[in-house]
Design a protein around this ligand. Structure first.
Ligand SMILES: Nc1ncnc2c1ncn2[C@@H]1O[C@H](COP(=O)(O)OP(=O)(O)OP(=O)(O)O)[C@@H](O)[C@H]1O
Ligand SMILES: [Mg+2]
Length: 493
């Protein structure tokens, strides 16, 4: 048996005490859920364990030995492997090269490709993963990318495996495959630390639950002693779970009409309409073409045929600039590559899409910029120490809120939300849903894509279902209240 233990670990960032004297211990052969709201310090503690950062004070021990790392490589060597929130694989290299990155076997001063592939295959076999070693990582599904990332971590035969939101990009069956693998690792006596905002997963996979709030340890409890409301109480103190207001009804006016829209290999013959103040959900499995459809309508990708009519006017050629001008906002799924500019400050990122509203000529009016940023920081309760800090100083979930705030600043008339709650905590989700409903009441329509189908049932007036690029069903406003989550999953398969 092995134990990972901390003694008074603290991490002070300028303006934020991210970890406040944490004393916690994790033993082997169990999955330890590690939860807390956005910005509570989860990733920070994982980064301390992984050697990515040093604590300001305090120590930690693996099997009684004090650990001090000067680099992540060092942590791997000492037996602590980490799978991060944002994956670290190199897309242009193949699976074997990624698993053995920087460690490919050599022969006569040259890389021994054959041997490398054999070693990588052994590692995948051991984890019962059926992924070809010579395929490029960029051609893998999100689920398989995640599995390769874990295989890479496991190739060091670690005593500790830390996973930071590993299922945020996974479909349901991929999540099940990951859980099966974690159960096998438990038997190998690995210490598994598991960070997730998908609370329902915890009862399925975790044995214990440790909760952080604002950098402080709230406590650890066995999962079987906890109910959902207990975990939420530990995370937030209290949070109100809201329901879609009964009286919130869409108007009669059609604001967006899509007719027979097709793009080769992505989506085929899609027709639907969106009414004023309506919240429309698009359900479907990963890869069913939902994101591609939204991108097509927004003009981020071309489409081959079909037409888009917005506010009664046919759109000749959709481009993001044009669609934005017409009042469409697109909150994208992948915040780090599409929604944010990493070298800019928080303030600049919140005002990116609304530059023309806060500028006079070519100059940004600083006072307006500050006001716009402050407004969203308050409304969305974004946890920042200063709006002038770099965007990279925000926790994952708070960065996601910046993406939403950026678009709300453009005063859109129609909003597209692609996986809006990815990586954000229960309370922030509620804030975003509330915003969708508040805006709907003002007549603003939304389309929301989510892999978390229960969310769609919670938030939307109506849901359409995509499967392999086609529309295969619709759940009307009348039916939505009677539909169970399992029914909806079945319809998407
Ligand atoms: N490099 C940094 N510079 C300044 N502050 C930082 C930095 N990294 C993190 N922080 C701050 O430390 C706090 C904890 O962040 P952390 O990333 O650990 O949160 P988290 O619990 O992982 O949240 P999430 O669920 O959103 O991923 C946050 O307030 C964050 O803004
Ligand atoms: Mg995090």
């Amino acid at each position: 048996m092995s134990v990972l233990e901390t003694k008074n670990i603290s991490k002070q960032y300028p303006g934020t005490l991210a970890l406040d004297h944490i004393n916690v211990s994790f033993d082997s052969g169990r999955v330890h859920a590690f939860v807390g709201k956005n910005g509570s310090g989860k990733s920070t503690l994982l980064k301390v364990f992984s050697g990515a950062i040093s604590p300001t004070s305090g120590e930690f021990f693996l099997d009684g030995k004090e650990m001090r790392f000067n680099s992540p490589k060092n942590a791997f060597e000492k037996g602590i492997a980490t799978v991060y929130q944002d994956l670290s694989l190199v897309p242009g290299l193949n699976v074997a090269e990624n698993i053995l990155l920087g460690r490919m076997p050599m022969k006569h001063g040259m890389i021994n490709w054959k041997e490398g592939q054999r070693i990588a295959k052994d590692i995948l076999d051991e984890l019962q993963l059926d992924i070809p070693v010579d395929i490029l990582v960029k051609d893998l599904s999100a689920g398989n990318k995640q599995m390769v990332e874990i295989a890479k971590a496991m190739s060091f035969h670690p005593k500790v495996l830390q996973l930071d939101e590993p299922t945020s990009a996974l479909a349901k069956h991929e999540t099940q495959a990951l859980f099966a693998m974690l159960r096998r690792l438990k038997e190998k006596d690995v210490i598994i630390i598991y960070v997730s905002h998908k609370l329902h997963e915890l009862w399925e996979i975790a044995d214990t639950c440790t909760v952080l709030r604002d950098g402080k340890l709230i406590g650890t409890e066995n999962m079987d002693k906890l109910e959902r409301k207990d975990v939420i109480r530990m995370m937030f103190g209290s949070v109100e779970i809201k329901k879609r207001p009964e009286d919130l009804k869409p108007g009669n006016k059609v604001v967006l009409q899509v007719n027979n829209l097709s793009r080769k290999d992505k989506f085929t013959d899609i027709s639907f309409s969106l009414k004023e103040g309506e919240v429309l959900g698009i359900a479907g499995m990963l890869g069913s073409g939902r994101t591609e459809l939204l991108r097509g309508i927004f003009g981020a990708d071309r489409y081959d045929s079909g037409e888009i009519i917005m506010f009664g006017e046919k759109i000749k050629k959709a481009t993001p600039q044009l669609m934005k001008k017409r009042g469409l906002a697109m909150i994208q799924e992948n915040r780090t590559t599409e929604g944010l500019v990493m070298v800019h400050t928080i303030k600049q990122n919140i005002c990116m899409a609304s530059t023309d509203l806060i500028s006079k000529g070519i100059f940004v009016k600083k006072s307006l910029e500050k006001e716009f940023a402050q407004h969203q920081i308050q409304d969305l309760q974004i946890k920042v120490s200063s709006p002038d800090d770099p965007i990279t100083s925000l926790s994952g979930g708070n960065a996601q809120k910046v993406v939403v705030g950026n678009w709300l600043n453009t005063n859109p008339k129609i909003m597209f939300f692609d996986e809006p709650s990815k990586g954000i905590d229960v309370s922030a989700k509620q804030q975003i849903f509330q915003i969708i409903w508040d805006e709907a009441r003002k007549g603003i329509s939304s389309i929301m894509v989510s892999t978390e189908l229960e969310e769609l049932l919670e938030v939307c007036h109506r849901i359409i279902i995509m499967h392999e690029g086609r529309l295969v069903g619709e759940i009307s406003e009348q039916d939505i209240g009677h539909l169970g989550i399992d029914d909806l999953y079945a319809m998407c398969m």
